[in-house]
Design a binder for this molecule. Structure first.
Ligand code: AHR
Ligand code: AHR
Length: 485
């Protein structure tokens, strides 16, 4: 059985069931999600290996071989047709794509194993979002509902709002109580909504406030929760709601808040019933996080039903296997390397820096020592994720290749979470078949690309000029060798 079979037997059936990693009903054998590939725009649906089983990651790998792939649709398994697709512009933010749409997630950025089988989660970088503004069967008004989601407890930020759940049907802030979604992160920067420790926290996004308890400001009983896989629960019914959570790989759930609604427009609630993933209700799109699976129910689930759902989640055996984060020729921490471009224009050019600017320059064994050093990089364990790598300048120790406004720069490590994440890259087998392509950890649709002799993190067909599809695979593929200096 799956989580939704358990909710149904508890009298609170799923009305939305989303997962790119597994079927959420024992009998479900339909599509889990759809991907679109960069080479020709073709799409395919990925289903489970068997009814009730883990997603067929091998089908995605073969469809997407040698190109980029995005998750275009996360199907609703509940039969209500509540599929999640690319979020449209909202009151707070328009996405960067034509028409104001948000970005889609890379299909490759969140690999995991379930019971040993590889599957892919949904890695939400800032500006990424999914939504359904015409959902059927979800709670409206002061109606009752439950929700759970499994997140990566190490992937979060302080920006509004990495959410999954119930939101406005017009992508606008229509007032307090018009949302009821699970939020995960360190708050939205407004100072509202914190728990104990430094976060991240599971909170409820009830619109114009992230709530850790009765007061939006602080509930010390809402703990910092950063298991690699977090089970996060928000549920609500008339003048009653709860925050619950735990480790999705072992143990039971704890209750961090259970009680009355906050005052100030949140009682009764005015839920609208749309479904969001990765943004705030008004499409505020600065947040990041990773989603593996989640559901919304009709009715307020009992704690004992949720205990059975947690046991089912633990039995799915989520494991973070870091070997899945990289591919292609292996890099060795502590070694010094040079990186040669492979586009036919530029095969004598190497990734180098001139001051803070990262560029390509023609370098050879007879070049001056200073240039050789500018084109040499020491491989370090990823500052933002130890499964991946950072690249320290040989001639400027303490400075690393990082992206900023999607351009690669040389910057001194300031110790911040943002710097560490901007300076972390995950090598893949080169998209053109040569060497490696270097995927940004924090914006994983984006790869190191040389473009007019400068380096960017580029998405295949994205919103910038340097995202051009022309020569994309060649421009993002670099041959790694021992360093010049
Ligand atoms: O409640 C926090 C956020 O405030 C909501 O997600 C958004 O709609 C508003 O900006
Ligand atoms: O490069 C994209 C973003 O731009 C980085 O994450 C941030 O440092 C800068 O604002």
């Amino acid at each position: 059985a799956g989580p939704c079979d358990i909710y149904a037997s508890g009298g609170t059936p799923c009305v939305a069931a989303h997962s790119t990693t597994r079927a959420l009903y024992g009998a479900y054998s339909g599509s889990l999600y759809q991907v679109s590939r960069g080479s020709d725009g073709a799409t395919t649906n990925i289903g489970p290996l068997s009814a009730g089983g883990v997603a067929n990651a091998a089908a995605q790998d073969s469809f997407c071989a040698g190109t980029t792939c995005l998750i275009t649709t996360i199907y609703d398994q509940s039969g209500h047709g509540n599929h999640l697709t690319q979020a449209p512009p909202g009151g707070a933010a328009s996405g960067p794509l034509p028409g104001g749409f948000d970005n889609l997630a890379s299909a490759f950025a969140a690999p995991v194993r379930l019971n040993g089988q590889k599957a892919y989660g949904v890695f939400i970088a800032p500006t990424t979002g999914y939504r359904n503004n015409a959902a059927n069967g979800t709670a409206t008004g002061d109606g009752s509902e439950g929700m759970y989601a499994i997140f990566d407890g190490t992937h979060y930020n302080t920006a509004c709002c990495f959410d999954y759940g119930n939101a406005e049907t017009n992508s606008r802030d229509t007032g307090n109580g018009h949302m009821e979604a699970i939020y995960f992160g360190t708050g939205d920067g407004s100072g509202r909504g914190t728990g104990s420790g430094s976060g991240p926290w599971i909170m409820a996004d009830l619109e114009n406030g992230l709530f850790s308890g009765l007061s939006p400001i602080n509930n010390p009983a809402d703990p910092t929760i950063n298991f690699r896989f977090v089970t996060a629960i928000i549920k609500g019914e008339p003048n009653q709601w709860a925050i619950r959570g735990g480790d999705a790989t072992s143990g039971t759930l704890s209750t961090f808040y259970s009680g009355a609604r906050p005052s100030g427009g949140y009682n009764p609630m005015s839920k609208e019933g749309a479904i969001i993933l990765g943004t705030g209700g008004d499409n505020s799109d600065g947040a990041q996080g990773t989603f593996y699976e989640g559901v919304m129910t009709s009715g307020y689930p009992s704690d004992s039903t949720e205990a059975s759902v947690q046991a089912n989640i633990v039995a799915a055996k989520y494991v973070y296997d870091i070997s899945l984060m990289t591919s292609g020729p292996a890099l060795t921490v502590g070694s010094s390397i040079s990186l040669r471009a492979t586009t036919s224009c530029c095969t004598t050019r190497y990734i180098a820096h001139t001051g803070a600017t990262v560029n390509t320059q023609v370098v050879s064994s007879s070049s001056a020592t200073a240039l050789k050093q500018q084109a040499s990089w020491t491989v370090r364990t990823g500052l933002g994720n130890s499964a991946c790598f950072s690249f320290e300048s040989v001639d400027t120790p303490g400075s690393f290749i990082r992206h900023s406004n999607f351009q690669l720069m040389l910057g001194a490590n300031d110790g911040s979470k943002l710097f560490h994440e901007d300076a972390t890259f995950c090598p893949q087998a080169g998209l053109n078949g040569q060497g490696n392509s270097f995927r940004s950890w924090s914006y994983p649709t984006r790869y190191w690309r040389h473009f007019n002799a400068l380096l960017y993190i580029a998405a295949n067909g994205g919103e910038h000029e340097f995202d051009s599809t022309t020569l994309f695979n060649d421009d993002v593929s670099f041959v790694v060798s021992a360093s010049f200096a």
